[in-house]
Design a protein around this ligand. Structure first.
Ligand code: ATP
Ligand code: MG
Ligand code: MG
Ligand code: MG
Length: 544
């Protein structure tokens, strides 16, 4: 009996030690030190620490550490989607070209296209409005089944021309995409409101301040489009916030607010070239604004901003063919790009058919300090932000061309066929991981909110004792706290603490000879203490 008890203890010990051991890819890079941490941009730290790796630019391998963070975010989203009655499904990652031809999106330059052996064309899905509309068209038998909200959390693919900063702008990324289907516009609006509620809850669960910005609905009209942002100077988007009414809007929306009537007409064109002559940048912007060249420095290194002699530049790019074969970056006032009625003004040497594929590099045209045109009282403050989500009321944008109709009784009781009213709602999980990393980073590394940290407690043994570790395990298990034991041989306690803080684990517990007194170090608060586990019956992670 004594022997078998011992055997049980050993087996238990081995299994718990293994399943609770830190991942094999945990901080594999040995060059990271407290002194050099600040020198690495966030996306480099991500790979050096072992959250992810990039097999090719814009592609991602999720390693155990990063995958745990992404799964936590997924769990939060699943929970909030379930609460509003959204149903999870999983659509194919390949989509045939025919539906995209109908909606006019097949020519989008961001599509990853491929052909099968019989030459049929497909794309890897960048988003799934076409496919889901088709699916609901096949499945929907009665208006009584409406409203419907479907969502999935899967990889999306976009041939981003400038993949950037790892997960922030990948060519492959994880997105939650949801789609709603309603009988009427009024119903669709209330579904949209419900979804907004879920988004607020998701961002509250993630514990970081966010902005819900009014976004432009472009050709579709209506007012229901919002972008969800984290404010950060590394962001590619610009938000405008009114000091009085508090309204937040993105560039396009800000510019679409009522303006002086003649303001649209005057457009200036500026040309810049890169010093290696490979790129001509044409910027179009309202004449009464100034072009803000700072954005170009990052996107187009070596730009010779000093050379503004238009005639000289144009001579070098004098025939249209050269221009097209070289890289032409067109930057436009967002007000113009978001409008289908591109103003008819002469654009020398630029192939007009290319104008529809303008890059969406934002140019700051509205300015800090301008009067808010919504309340006409406060001043606009600008901030750089990272778009992490987008909610959009679609109306019949997809149901009309793809003929998703439903029969329902009108006011007199007669059956009538109408387009189903849709909405689409995205959240970038990959981008959230990158953005929260960026936002929470400090001189010691990352600081994940408890809810999404890879795990909550790192256990270290200053003096190894199976019984003590097991007692602590029991206590943590009993409180549903996730933990990992860092028992790497030949790595000192100091380094292990540094690594746990670097990875961003909320709490380190060091077990020593004074057990049940243990040393704890709280990551977020940089708080150290000795705690007696015996009387800490209510050991909770909630408080940090
Ligand atoms: P962006 O303006 O940054 O190109 P988008 O407006 O094209 O993004 P949406 O089509 O609105 O993106 O997609 C919904 C969400 O998917 C975005 O809010 C963002 O969080 C995420 N997302 C889009 N493109 C990427 C990408 N290339 N890499 C990572 N996440 C992305
Ligand atoms: Mg995009
Ligand atoms: Mg965007
Ligand atoms: Mg968007």
């Amino acid at each position: 009996a004594k022997h078998s008890l011992l055997a049980v203890r050993c087996v238990r010990n081995i299994s718990s030690k293994n399943t609770n051991r830190i991942p094999s890819t945990y901080v594999t890079n040995t060059e990271l030190r407290p002194s050099n941490l600040q020198t690495f941009p966030t996306h480099e730290l991500f790979t050096k620490i072992g959250f992810i790796s990039h097999p090719r630019s814009g592609l991602v391998n999720w390693l155990p550490l990063g995958l745990r963070i992404s799964r936590k975010i997924t769990a939060i989203i699943n929970n909030r989607m379930e609460q509003i009655g959204a149903e999870e499904l999983s659509l194919s990652q390949l989509s045939k070209s025919d539906l995209w031809q109908i909606t006019g999106r097949w020519d989008n330059s961001e599509l990853f296209k491929l052909k099968d052996s019989s030459d049929s064309e497909y794309c890897l899905v960048p988003t799934c409005e076409e496919e889901i509309t088709q699916l609901v068209k096949e499945q929907l038998k009665s208006y009584k089944s409406l409203p419907l909200i479907y969502y999935q959390i899967k990889e999306k693919f976009r041939d981003e021309k400038r993949p950037r900063s790892g997960l922030l702008r990948g060519r492959e990324f994880i997105m939650k995409d949801a789609y709603s289907f309603d009988l009427s516009e009024t119903d669709a609006m209330s579904t949209y409101e419900k979804m907004i509620g879920a988004y607020k809850n998701i961002f509250t669960d993630l514990r970081l301040p966010y902005k819900q910005a009014e976004a432009d609905t472009g050709d579709i009209g209506g007012t229901l489009s919002h972008e969800w942002h984290y404010v950060h100077e590394s962001g590619e988007d610009t938000l405008f916030e009114c000091s009085s009414c508090g309204n937040v809007s993105n560039v396009e929306k800000t510019l679409s607010f009522p303006q002086e009537p003649d303001e649209k007409a005057e457009v200036s064109v500026s040309y810049f070239k890169t010093t290696d002559n490979s790129t001509l940048v044409c910027a179009y912007y309202p004449s009464n604004r100034t072009l803000e060249p700072s954005f170009m420095k990052e996107d187009i290194p070596d730009i010779d901003l000093g050379d503004r002699n238009e005639a000289a530049i144009l001579e070098e790019f004098s025939d249209e063919e050269t221009l097209i074969s070289k890289r032409v970056v067109r930057i436009m006032d967002a007000r113009l790009t978001s409008r289908s009625n591109f103003p008819d003004f002469p654009i020398p040497f630029v192939n007009r058919s290319l104008i529809t594929t303008l890059t969406d590099v934002p140019i700051v045209v509205a300015q800090e300090g301008e009067i808010c045109s919504k309340c006409e009282d406060g001043e606009l403050r600008t901030s750089k932000a990272i778009e992490v989500g987008h909610t959009f009321y679609l109306g019949d944008k997809y149901s009309e061309p793809l003929k998703l109709l439903v029969d329902s009784p009108d006011s007199s009781g007669k059956m009538k066929s109408t387009n189903v009213m849709m909405g689409c709602y995205g959240i970038g999980i990959s981008r959230i991981v990158a953005a929260i990393g960026e936002l929470t980073r400090d001189e010691n590394g990352f600081r994940w909110p408890v809810a999404i940290a890879p795990w909550q407690v790192t256990i270290l043994e200053a003096q190894s004792s199976i019984q003590n570790v097991e007692k602590l395990y029991d206590q943590l298990n009993g409180n549903n706290i996730e933990y990992k034991l860092d028992d790497r041989p030949k790595v000192g306690i100091g380094k292990k603490i540094f690594h746990s803080n670097l990875v961003g684990i909320p709490l380190v517990v060091v077990i020593g000879k004074n057990f049940p007194m243990v040393e704890i170090e709280v990551r977020g608060l940089r708080y150290k203490d000795n705690v007696d586990l015996q009387w800490r019956k209510d050991f909770q992670t909630k408080s940090f």
